[in-house]
Design a protein around this ligand. Structure first.
Ligand SMILES: [Zn+2]
Length: 214
């Protein structure tokens, strides 16, 4: 199985259909443990793209994510709101990536291999970032299916995710934390997660952590 060139989907061989639930912007003291409890209850493994400064604040939760068999990816140290791609800012981006790698490695004893940039517009303007991630040995991961859960509204998640067709290999964007967004609460994500998992299973899609596709 391979994560394809644009990293929007996981292309794999074989019969079983898979889907990849990914959680960004945590860890968060309130929401991440609730999400981990639900994943555990359903026997589902997922991927958490953690923000370095949050990981530093909540090392016990990072350890729990790792201990329970989920993937941990790098989502920069401070979740900067702009790509800052001018040459003089490149050093800043490198620092954001390297610092977060160190924070994660210090907590779980492993360097992450997955990297997701913050905010969608980074994704659009990030040729440099992609090269940089590769240079640090990371796989650059986007998503193919946004639940729009950052709006913190269960109805929107229902409309945007549950009522839309999902495909084999889809990478689903969810949030256990909040950065650069007006809505800070993640109760909608917590409340809808059991339905999202049931929906995967109803569609014969097995939720897996991203590194299981490597
Ligand atoms: Zn983010």
């Amino acid at each position: 199985m391979i994560i394809n060139k644009i990293n929007k989907k996981v292309i794999k061989r074989g019969q079983e259909k898979s889907i990849y639930l990914t959680f960004d912007d945590g860890p968060n003291e309130i929401y991440t443990p609730k999400i981990l409890d639900i994943l555990d209850e359903f026997g589902v493994k997922a991927t958490f793209f953690v923000v370095g400064k949050n990981a530093e604040r909540c090392p016990k939760i990072v350890k729990r994510i790792h201990r329970e068999g989920h993937d941990i990816g790098n989502h920069t140290y401070s979740h900067p709101g702009s790509p800052l791609l001018k040459a003089r800012k490149r050093r800043f981006i490198k620092k954001e990536i390297v610092k977060t790698d160190r924070v994660i490695e210090n907590i779980i004893g492993e360097r992450p291999i997955l990297f997701r940039p913050p905010l969608a517009f980074w994704d659009i303007s990030s040729g440099f970032l992609k090269r940089q991630a590769k240079e640090f040995g990371h796989l650059y991961i986007g998503w193919s299916f946004s639940t729009m859960d950052w709006l913190g509204n269960q109805f929107i998640i229902k409309k945007k995710y549950l009522q839309q067709p999902k495909n084999d290999g889809d990478i689903v964007l969810l949030h256990d934390g909040s950065e650069n967004t007006l809505v800070k609460r993640r109760w909608a994500t917590v409340k809808m997660l059991p339905e999202i998992i049931r929906d995967c299973r109803d569609n014969s899609l097995q939720p897996l952590p991203l590194t299981s596709s490597l």
